[in-house]
Design a protein around this ligand. Structure first.
Ligand code: SF4
Length: 171
């Protein structure tokens, strides 16, 4: 790795450490008690003590912080308070679909930007004759004003346009 790459990696690690530390201390500064949140109303003091001990919340803050950073360093993100499942496993399960969605979203944004409609928005009270979309259609023909185009099957899709070519990048 080059010196530039090492510098970048060091900065990234510093950023992650700062973000994780800020999160840790903010969570501890928030009012409320996670143990009481988990146990619900009127828990017995034995249950509170037992859970506090098992979550190691009875340790000094510095010890908790050191343990938290060490666990993060080995990607041990602990268990979810909601479903008691390992957080890392849950994140990894959703990661591929999330990544796909993010990539697809970029493509969608580019496609939508390319498809930005211009022209007059037709009034639903006074629709144009023929195809109601023709005032905003970039491929409209004079014949589009004559009649409402019927739905027809084109390349496996129902399309109400006799002009558009399906499957050639237009739809
Ligand atoms: S029929 Fe097709 S080409 Fe004509 S205006 Fe409507 S969408 Fe555009």
């Amino acid at each position: 790795m080059t010196a530039f790459g090492l510098k970048k990696a060091a900065r990234l690690l510093l950023f992650l450490w700062a973000a994780a530390s800020l999160t840790f201390f903010l969570v501890h500064a928030l009012p409320g008690d996670p143990v009481l949140d988990i146990l619900g109303p009127n828990p017995s003091s034995e249950d509170v003590l037992r859970l506090r001990r098992s979550l190691q919340l009875d340790q000094p803050l510095a010890t908790q912080y050191a343990r938290y950073v060490l666990r993060l360093a080995v990607l041990d993100l602990g268990e979810s308070l909601v479903d008691r499942k390992p957080v890392l496993a849950t994140m990894l399960r959703y990661l591929p679909n999330t990544a796909l969605l993010a990539l697809a979203s970029d493509e969608q944004v580019a496609r939508l930007a390319a498809l930005r409609l211009t022209g007059d928005v037709p009034s639903p009270m006074n629709k144009p004759s023929g195809c109601a979309f023709r005032t905003r259609c970039s491929i409209a023909q004079p014949s589009c004003a004559d009649a409402v185009p019927p739905l027809a099957m084109k390349a496996g899709r129902l399309v109400a346009c006799p002009v558009v070519q399906v499957g050639e990048g237009l739809i």
